[in-house]
Design a protein around this ligand. Structure first.
Ligand code: NZQ
Ligand code: ZN
Length: 392
């Protein structure tokens, strides 16, 4: 087990009706004015936004609001939010929505508290020194941004999607009522389940040995999400299944399943971010579409680990042929993705990039030839291109 730091400062308020506490929770931070940030309409339609406004009013908190965040959240709205917050002297942001809204809130929070262009952080040109405090009312179990240190933003100019991580943006609190996720379309629920699984799978598929506890937590988390995704496919209003998936979403990306690892292999996420940036696909579905191609490309570099995954997570029978066991695990995961109506190719994802576009994806993913990705096997631009080709 490697050395590690585990920092999870986010207060979690979990269960039915917890969104009613929003006003009192924000009050604890002694702020003067709140920006309520939200997406493209689901929270208006469900009546959640009105309930949040009422809760803030009851607690005597002044607020303004800014909606319009789209999946793969855009930099232009972040700039708008920064200007608005500065003008209105906002000192707290309440994100009501999913990963896209939370990430947009985090980016606005950086922009208000740091000089210069906020995009510099996402381009890794410099590091942020602060962020406005963020609170979250979560409406979809997926990205884990409610407890994570990351924010992922898409710049429209060139359609480049980039992430930036720092502890400054970790939310102060996350309100999680599983009932709020019952209005999700099936595709978003399943896409969220894939993302949650992948946050742990990418930490799990690593080069570290001797991690009994972290491995056990990870294996059980992935199996729990798989089991409950199937339940939700048949019964989307099953509260217990919604609750299991929601809690898994936070634990999968708050650092817990990475404790003691070498950091894991984030190649699938990085490959997907370019798909999201260029083709605006749902993040989890995009991950499902490239994961198998990535896994087959790198499995030879770490067959024992893939075989452990196959046996402990996918229920593959252990055999003396480690490589064969590993391969069976990859196939079983793809069968699972299909069973919950998730794509395992780009075609199934609904996109058909040309050869030139595949080259562009690899170009962007390699930061124009300047970076490699992955840890199971380090991948350069040509490796990325081949994986994209295979996933097509
Ligand atoms: O915008 P509205 O109308 O709210 O609709 C959203 C959106 O269309 C809808 N939705 C959300 N809650 C709903 C609902 N519809 C009905 N009922 C509800 N209760 O779902 C759609 C997707 O929302 P979004 O916030 O985009 O989903 P998700 O949470 O999957 O976030 C995806 C984004 O997070 C990034 C992804 O790259 C992507 O941009 N990620 C962020 C991470 C982080 N900050 O730690 C890590 C992840 O790996 C990921 O990269
Ligand atoms: Zn993700």
């Amino acid at each position: 087990m490697n050395q590690f730091q585990y920092y999870t400062p986010t207060k979690v308020i979990f269960g039915k009706g917890t969104e009613e506490e929003a006003g009192e929770l924000v009050k604890e931070y002694g702020c003067k004015k709140v920006l309520v940030h939200y997406g493209s309409g689901s929270v208006k339609k469900s009546g959640l936004l009105d309930r949040i406004f009422r809760s803030l009013e009851t607690a005597g908190i002044a607020y303004i609001s800014l909606g319009g965040v789209v999946p793969n959240p855009r930099l232009s709205l972040v700039y708008e939010g920064i200007e608005l917050c500065k003008k209105e002297e906002v000192d707290f942001i309440l994100a009501v929505g999913g990963g896209s809204v939370i990430d947009s809130a985090k980016a606005i929070g950086y922009g208000v508290t740091n000089e210069g262009d906020v995009w510099d952080f996402y381009e890794k040109k410099r590091t942020a020194q602060a962020c406005l405090p963020i609170g979250v009312i979560l409406t979809i179990a997926a990205a884990g941004s409610e407890m994570s240190d990351s924010s992922v933003i898409t710049k429209e100019e060139g359609w480049i999607k980039r992430g930036y991580s720092s502890n400054y943006c970790r939310p102060k609190f996350a309100v999680m009522n599983p009932e709020l996720t019952m209005t999700l379309p099936e595709y978003q629920t399943m896409s969220g389940c894939v993302d949650i699984m992948m946050h742990t799978m990418e930490r799990y598929l690593n080069h570290t040995e001797n991690m009994e506890l972290t491995d056990g937590i990870s294996e059980h988390l992935i199996r729990t999400v798989m089991k409950n995704a199937k339940i939700l496919l048949a019964d989307p209003e099953n509260y217990e299944a919604r609750a299991e998936v929601m809690w898994a979403g936070s634990l999968s990306h708050n650092g817990l399943t990475g404790c003691g690892t070498d950091g894991g292999d984030w190649a699938t996420h990085q490959l997907e971010h370019e798909l999201g940036g260029m083709f605006d696909v749902a993040h989890g579905a995009g991950l499902a579409a490239v994961w198998g191609s990535w896994a087959r490309y790198v499995v030879e570099a770490r067959p024992e680990r893939f075989a452990q995954f196959a046996v402990h997570v996918m229920g593959v029978e252990e055999s003396e042929d480690v490589m064969q066991t590993a391969q069976k695990g990859i196939e079983a995961m793809e069968v699972f993705f299909q069973s919950v109506k998730m794509p395992i190719t780009m075609k199934e994802l609904g996109i058909s990039p040309s050869d030139e576009q595949i080259a562009e994806l690899a170009e962007k993913c390699s930061f124009f030839g300047k970076r490699t990705i992955g840890c199971v096997k380090m991948l350069d631009r040509e490796d990325m291109r081949r994986i994209y080709m295979d996933a097509r």
